[in-house]
Design a protein around this ligand. Structure first.
Ligand code: FES
Ligand code: FES
Length: 930
């Protein structure tokens, strides 16, 4: 019998797991997922919610898919269980893994085990399932990264190809040197995600680790005091220690900006939002989970809370932070020309107000990890998007030098900006430091949603004007963004929004103002776009208005005004190159015209459904706004022939490990398969900056290119070869051919540069920018991504429901280093944009789980066509820019424009939930009885 903790009322349960007989002791109600993961050590089965909502824990029980978190282990008695670790025992299981790899159906990989098990279920029931059958079968498993389409394609392909067409998950194909950029090579680190071997934040703690559970405020605004904890501890021997603010050895604060460390690790007598941690219980899992918060000696004095922007800005509103009277965290501006004057001379003006909601990242992997003290150093293994920033935060909290903290990122089960802020890290560090024992933590789903950052709700007033021919003359934008109780990335949003607020258009007169406002709501932070998606909803709605007023087709209005290379932006920056919006619009025109015609035909017949087509355009500055933004990459060739890529860029599913290796490989002139990879460990890699702002392909990619070129130059110098020489690495021997001449280098004969390294190439790239001045003039970004998407929707005039039928997306990515991965980003971005437009609204205290907070499922996805425009960026690696954020930004404007086209109604508060659409239809007299 496997060893299990001694449990009251435990009874033996016997079942087969992946064909092997198991007997475990299990208490009534103990989840099968827990028994499989913790009792039997098979961590391939993931837990995203423990509530039956996400499907990450899907296994097969007697051949049928079940959520293992919703099955009591004792129900498994006498049954056959198959988890992801056993999938490859079945020929169709291997076929599915292979097809998922071929189609790049696993990005971050946290949903992949559940998705594969659900797929195995449907393929066991149907020999040739159609798309709808597959979508129904996968409908219970959520994916936040892929947009599902490649997953469905993979299952269809596996069913069609059958078990004979196998391509085992494994290393990348050995492409010819210099030919990987631009190719659809398979993701090089996919195998562990497909087999359940990938180690995420909750998968790696040592067996003797204690468990940490944070106790959080039930109030949005309150004073509190903690009484004598000793009697409580004495009554709970499983609790090793309780940590409060007093136990923080260094600074009890963290935050993104050096001058804005305003968020405490543990609140000190005062909380500013519901979910703020006040103490941490550390002990056995059973002990910390058994504690009821009311049993703790904590006295609360609730205070009136400021919810929402209006309350925080109201006359006489108390300051949430004493140093910010008026609750304005910060503001940003971009101003050029004289928009007020230009407006008075304009032929047409459109204006409006727009509101957006808190949006939850809803990554399927909650925050998790463990910490351990190693002598006088601290080591953290956790999911993160920003290991170097985590290192700096933890070192402050512990009062250690940066070098004395090591962040070893685990696989990251989705981030989208939400894992740029520390979460478990500071608390774990404090506990492990004092206890000198490993300490682990995984946030519950509700805890994760209640306590971590969100997309900023925005309250926008905007006005746009154009001349009689439709040429834009002015744009005025005033946007307040609810940054919640703490600053987090609020300044970034306030700085980035004014640059982008008038959209990717030539506008000579602009005044764009944005403010980040403190409230007693959940902190808002980084989320795919940093405020730009909210601003795009406003500018695209106003430009639809202006197109109508001028009598221009909506696409042609945008084409007329689109920024082109050589144009000057509102910050005074001249776009030197790679401004591909016109090319995107040209590429979309045939689909646009076809959809308009199809829509007219559909709407000609009577019915309660109306069809509409909308268009959204965007631009997005790649990297930080007017700030230094460097990345450094390193390649080494050891005397034993090992070629290692030391890459500090964390791959959170977007595929940077593959893309950067492709770039490095072509720059060096060796195949992708030649590389050993070391990714993200702060002890082992240089600082590549954070994985955010669509910057890794552009910034770290350029650094990888420079590193490859530097190593290549050393090899060529060593062999006196010319720039076109061909390099071959064969074991510990380099062969360099130039013209008809071949030179061999026995690496073992080269001097040891340290750690067995014979040759090294290092590349650093910091995109050239110029800080914005007081009027927002400067060069905020070295390059921009451009895109346009069109959406076709059906609106039910009786119910207010909206179904997105089709999206056609044209994206200027500079150069698609790996088109398959670019497509995956666009699919995923569209899914999140659809959620932003139609369904996602986080309400603190109400939608803090994946049952009440809805994200798109498989069945919500439209057909998607992608057109890649490659307007090369001269600064980028092989011409590449970035795609992470651009993928999402145009989607909501396109959908909202399509709703307006279908109904004549502009939705001014998103998400466009059915009751909001219906209310707008009623107000406009467009609703029909159903
Ligand atoms: S963990 Fe079981 S459904 Fe989410
Ligand atoms: S790949 Fe599905 S959640 Fe990340």
């Amino acid at each position: 019998m496997n060893e299990r903790p001694s449990l009251a009322r435990a009874a033996p349960v016997s079942f087969t797991l992946n064909g092997i007989a198991q007997t475990v002791a299990s208490t009534p109600g103990e989840r099968l997922s827990d028994v499989v993961r913790r009792g039997l050590g098979l961590t391939g089965t993931k837990v995203g919610c423990n509530a039956g909502d996400c499907g990450a824990c899907t296994v097969l029980m007697d051949g049928a898919q079940v959520c293992a978190c919703m099955v009591a282990a004792q129900q498994a008695h006498g049954r056959s269980i198959v988890s992801i670790e056993g999938l490859a025992q079945f020929p169709m299981g291997r076929a599915l893994q292979s097809a998922f790899h071929r189609h790049d159906a696993a990005q971050c990989g946290i949903c992949t085990p559940g998705m594969l098990m659900a797929a195995a279920d449907v393929l066991a029931r149907y020999a040739s399932p159609d798309r709808k059958t597959i979508m129904d079968a996968l409908g219970g498993v959520l994916c936040r990264c892929t947009g599902y389409l490649k997953i469905v394609d993979a299952v269809l392909d596996a069913a069609k190809a059958g078990p004979e067409v196998l391509q085992e998950p494994g290393p990348a194909p050995s492409l010819e040197p210099g030919t990987s950029v631009g190719h659809r090579i398979l993701r090089i680190d996919a195998a562990p995600r497909l087999t359940g071997a990938a180690v995420f934040g909750d998968d790696c703690a040592p067996a003797d680790a204690l468990w940490l559970r944070a106790v959080r405020s039930p109030h949005a605004h309150a004073r509190f005091s903690i009484g004598d904890l000793a009697p409580f501890a004495a009554r709970n021997p499983g609790i090793a220690r309780i940590f409060t603010a007093r136990d923080v050895p260094g600074e009890n604060s963290f935050g993104i900006y050096p001058d804005l460390k305003d968020q405490p690790v543990f609140a000190e007598g005062f909380v500013r939002y519901r979910g703020e941690p006040i103490l941490a219980l550390v002990g056995t899992r059973e002990a910390v989970e058994a504690v009821q918060a009311v049993d703790l000696p904590v006295t609360w004095e609730p205070l009136a809370a400021l919810h929402g922007i209006r309350a925080a800005l109201a006359e006489g509103a108390p300051a949430i932070h004493a140093n910010k009277p008026g609750n304005i965290l910060t503001s940003g501006i971009v101003e050029c020309g004289d928009p007020a004057r230009a407006r008075t001379k304009a032929a047409h003006t459109a204006e409006g107000t727009f509101e957006t909601s808190f949006v939850e990242h809803a990554y399927i992997e909650p925050e998790a990890g463990f910490a351990r003290r190693v002598g006088n150093r601290m080591e953290i293994h956790a999911c993160t998007q920003a290991p170097m920033m985590d290192r700096d935060e933890v070192s402050r909290v512990l009062g250690l030098a940066r070098e004395d903290v090591r962040i070893a990122p685990t696989a990251c089960g989705g981030g989208f900006g939400g894992k740029l802020d520390v979460a478990v890290q500071p608390m774990l560090a404090v506990a492990a430091w004092h206890l000198d024992r490993p300490v682990r933590c995984v946030f519950e789903r509700i805890e994760s949603m209640a306590s971590t950052t969100k997309r900023h709700p925005a309250s926008i007033r905007a006005r746009a004007s154009c001349d009689a021919a439709g040429r834009l003359v002015s744009y005025e934008f005033d946007g307040d963004f609810n940054t919640g109780a703490y600053a987090s990335w609020g300044p970034t949003v306030a700085g980035r929004v004014p640059v982008h607020a008038s959209g990717p258009y030539r506008v000579p007169h602009v005044k764009n103002d944005a403010r980040a406002i403190y409230t007693n709501d959940t902190p808002a932070g980084a989320f795919r776009g940093f405020g730009v998606p909210q601003a795009a909803i406003a500018h695209e709605a106003l430009f639809d208005d202006l197109a109508e007023k001028t009598g221009l087709d909506r696409l042609e209005f945008r084409h007329l005004n689109a920024l082109r290379a050589g144009d000057t932006t509102p910050t005074g920056q001249v776009l030197e190159a790679s401004a591909g919006l016109v090319a995107c619009l040209d590429a979309l025109r045939p689909s646009w015209q076809a959809l308009l015609a199809e829509t007219a035909a559909f709407n000609a017949s009577a019915g309660t459904r109306r069809r509409g087509v909308g268009i959204g355009c965007m631009w997005y500055g790649i990297g930080n706004t007017g700030l230094s933004n460097p990345s450094t990459m390193r390649l080494t060739l050891a005397r034993d022939g090992t070629l290692t890529f030391w890459n500090g860029a964390v791959d959170i599913g977007q595929g940077s490990t593959t893309v950067l290796t492709q770039i490095a490989a072509d720059a060096l002139g060796l195949p992708v398969s030649a590389f050993r990879l070391v990714v993200g460990d702060t002890d082992l890699t240089f600082d590549a900056g954070k994985t955010s702002a669509s910057r890794q392909t552009f910034v770290s990619g350029k650094a990888a290119q420079l590193a490859g070129e530097a190593l290549r130059a050393k090899i060529l110098r060593l062999t006196n070869a010319g720039p076109d020489a061909r390099i071959v690495l064969d074991g510990a021997r380099l062969s360099v051919s130039d013209g008809g001449q071949q030179t061999l280098v026995e690496l073992v004969h080269l001097p040891d540069q340290g750690d067995g390294i014979a040759l090294e190439g290092i590349g650093t790239f910091d995109p050239p920018t110029k800080p914005l001045d007081a009027k927002g003039q400067g060069i905020p970004y070295a390059t921009y991504g451009f895109a346009a998407q069109i959406a076709s929707v059906d609106v039910d005039l009786g119910l207010g429901t909206v179904k997105v039928r089709r999206i056609v997306a044209a994206h200027d990515v500079g150069r698609a280093i790996n088109p398959t991965l670019v497509e995956g980003q666009i699919h995923g971005g569209i899914a999140q944009g659809l959620g932003l437009a139609l369904m996602e609204e986080f309400i603190p205290g109400r939608t803090e789980n994946l049952h009440d907070y809805l994200i798109p499922t498989c069945g919500d996805m439209p057909d998607i066509d992608i057109i890649l425009i490659e307007d090369r960026e001269p600064l980028g690696p092989f011409g590449a820019k970035g795609i992470g954020e651009p993928a999402l930004i145009p989607t909501a404007p396109a959908i909202l424009g399509a709703i307006r086209n279908a109904t004549g109604v502009t939705i001014r508060k998103v998400p466009a939930l059915p009751h909001r659409v219906h209310a707008a239809l009623v107000e406009a007299g467009r609703a029909v009885d159903f």
